[in-house]
Write a protein that binds this ligand. Structure first.
Ligand code: ADP
Length: 470
């Protein structure tokens, strides 16, 4: 049991003002493994004040010097790789191989990408008779969810620091421990005091205090669409910049004339990655109606290989969900699906293990595009397979949810798949299994959010433009 007494403010570990605490469970064992302070408004005030005090100097620090700081942060985090992997396995229940490759590996690449980007990014340009300067927006409040707890934090922290903005990070209640590893790395890297601050706490208290704080110039939020709406409203009231990365119900479209085997297997893997707790997961598989039976059989067979197991076992592909509430929610969706006519062809609601918040890898067939399970974000290992008649209908179904975050298109050739993807209303679409690119903008159309993360577009979110006419 690890007891964290402090929060990280102004370059040091300090006692939290609020006496409340948050207990952290291991979702694979359902046991409490740690606790952290639940910061209160006074803690948020202290963190924001330290960030404000650091803002001018950090903004004036030349980009190449900021790159050196980010490189030091990357190296300090890399030096804590094993601890970081262990922490994500413990507090999220992520399978250890996924934790190594994605949960910890990806943030290291993202930090590295910003080190490199700073070497070439133009913070000044000439437009006619104007000199246009890109200047940091100011103190950033970063609020992150539990599903990729280090990755989501680094996506915000690296971009904001690169842009010249100090950050106050409020991690999710379920997974605050990895943020302590990040703060420890920031401290070891020698970031100037106040440039990075950590205030763990609950959403309604610490999160909302951060969003409301007049000293915070921009809020970068990743989480559910419901809370994103609330955060957006609060920011609108203060004309405060806000970036929202929210939910999704992404479509994986397998076009006519495409071999089913590879695309179905890749689609299933994508849907069940991180136990389906991925905002960009392809949770709807769209297949030509005349090949529906074959596709459903292939998807069910692929899903059967995703057995639930101990996250510490390198062979485990499916870990638990993050908490009991999520497990019940996901089971409830499976029941709703069945009530509305779906057939369970793999998985189901039975508990696969005696302990842990596990849900089996589940595939639902005979689902209508307007069914609840085909419209709402489930955030668990549940894939629906939908038939379409022609390509126009596939476009209609793919775009027929309130979301527009991501997607996949598999076609007989790249050109056909790209032409289809251009008709989709979504921010990130992988063509024939194209791999994740940490420099490409990531974010949503429609109710999936506002703004983009990663690469130059992600950096741009944290900049204000100033034109000087000569
Ligand atoms: P998820 O279910 O994916 O964690 P949430 O939207 O519930 O998504 O939470 C995402 C983040 O938003 C968490 O850090 C949470 O503490 C925070 N949060 C929740 N409610 C609020 C709120 N009212 N104001 C600010 N942040 C909040």
């Amino acid at each position: 049991m690890r007891v964290h007494e402090s929060i990280y403010v102004d370059g040091g570990w300090v006692d939290a003002d609020a006496g409340e605490r948050i207990e952290v469970l291991n979702p694979a064992t359902e046991r409490v493994v740690a606790s952290v302070p639940a910061a209160g408004p006074a803690d948020v005030d202290a963190a924001v004040e330290s960030a404000q005090n650091a803002a001018d100097e950090w903004a004036a620090t030349p980009p190449e010097k900021r790159a050196e700081h980010l490189a030091a942060l990357r190296d300090a985090l890399a030096a804590r790789r094993d601890e970081a992997v262990d922490t994500v396995v413990r507090e999220l229940g992520a399978p250890v191989t996924l934790a190594e490759r994605v949960h910890v590996g990806l943030p290291l690449s993202v930090l590295d990408s910003y080190v490199k980007l700073l070497a070439e990014y133009e913070f000044e340009e000439r437009v006619g008779n104007s000199r246009v300067f890109a200047e940091p927006v100011g103190v950033v409040g970063a609020i992150t969810p539990w599903n990729y707890p280090l990755h989501q934090a680094v996506a915000k922290v690296a971009a904001a620091l690169a842009a010249g903005c100090p950050v106050v990070l409020k991690p999710a209640e379920d997974t605050p421990l990895i943020a302590y590893v990040l703060a420890d790395a920031a401290h070891a890297a020698g970031l100037p005091p106040g440039v990075f601050n950590l205030v763990p706490g609950t959403g309604p208290v610490a999160g909302e205090a951060l969003v409301r704080h007049p000293g915070v110039s921009m809020v970068s939020f990743t989480g559910s669409t419901a809370i994103g709406e609330r955060v957006g409203e609060l920011c609108a009231g203060q004309i405060k910049r806000v970036a929202l990365e929210l939910g999704g119900k992404s479509a994986n479209v397998i076009l006519p004339g495409t071999d089913l085997g590879g695309p179905v297997a890749k689609g299933v893997a994508n849907a069940f990655l991180n136990s389906g707790q991925t905002c960009s997961a392809w949770t709807r598989m769209l297949v030509p109606a005349d090949r529906y039976t074959e596709a459903v059989e292939l998807a069910a067979a692929a899903a059967a290989k995703y057995t639930c197991g101990d996250p510490r076992d390198a062979k485990t592909r499916l870990g638990p969900l993050v908490n009991a509430k999520q497990r019940e929610r996901v089971r409830g969706y499976i029941q709703t699906g069945v009530r509305e006519g779906a057939t369970v062809v793999a998985g189901g609601t039975d508990a696969p293990r005696e302990e842990g918040f596990y849900v089996q890898a589940t595939v639902l067939a005979d689902v209508r595009p307007d069914a609840t399970v085909a419209q709402e974000e489930i955030f668990g290992p549940v894939l629906v397979v939908l038939p379409y008649g022609d390509v126009d209908e596939a476009v209609e179904i793919a775009n027929g949810t309130p979301y527009g975050l991501a997607g996949g298109v598999f076609g007989p050739d790249e050109e056909t798949a790209v032409a289809f993807a251009r008709r989709m209303k979504a921010g990130q679409i992988d063509i024939n299994g194209g791999r994740f690119n940490p420099l490409a903008p990531f974010g949503g159309f429609k109710r999936s959010g506002i703004g983009r993360e990663f690469g130059a577009h992600g950096l741009g979110e944290f900049l204000e433009y100033k034109s000087l006419q000569l």
